[in-house]
Ligand binder design. Structure first.
Ligand SMILES: [Fe+2]
Length: 153
């Protein structure tokens, strides 16, 4: 494994986990109306999950001899619930993509690191799938907005 390249990739991930932490927590503060009862907890929990992932990735960066970034990716601010959900799906898909790239950089011997990255990647994929269902998208695959055949009846 190219250690410097992996540290760089993990720092890119950390930057976007920080973005997830801020964006989800912001949505948990701002979501209003009847649906607040449903979505407040989803957003608050997702923010906490992003922080847990940031901790794991940050600890690994330091273990590899790197210095953790203090930057964060772009946060999209909105008070519209549908936009919140679409932005959340976009965030989860970005995370899936980044972890997938990091997994691909692992060599056979990097078992512990690959295992860590794959575990988190699965959580990101589960999050993306869940949001995709909430938004009633048909195709759950990464980056695709194609819909399957319309339901009948
Ligand atoms: Fe995450």
């Amino acid at each position: 494994m190219d250690r410097a390249a992996m540290v760089e990739k993990l720092n890119e991930i950390l930057k976007w986990e920080y973005a997830g932490l801020i964006q989800y927590t912001q949505y948990s503060f701002l979501v209003r109306g009847t649906w607040r009862e449903v979505y407040y907890k989803l957003f608050r929990d997702s923010g906490e999950e992003a922080l847990e992932h940031a901790h794991k990735v940050g600890d690994k960066i330091a273990a590899l001899g790197g210095v953790t970034t203090v930057e964060r990716g772009e946060v999209k601010v909105t008070t519209d619930l549908n936009e919140m959900l679409r932005n959340s799906l976009e965030m989860e898909r970005r995370h899936v993509e980044l972890y997938t790239q990091a997994v691909a950089m692992c060599e056979d011997r990097d078992v512990g690191l690959r295992n860590l990255l794959e575990d988190i990647c699965q959580m990101e994929q589960d999050g993306a799938d869940h949001l995709s269902k909430i938004l009633d998208e048909g195709d759950l695959s990464v980056g695709s907005s194609a819909r399957p055949q319309q339901r009948t009846g």
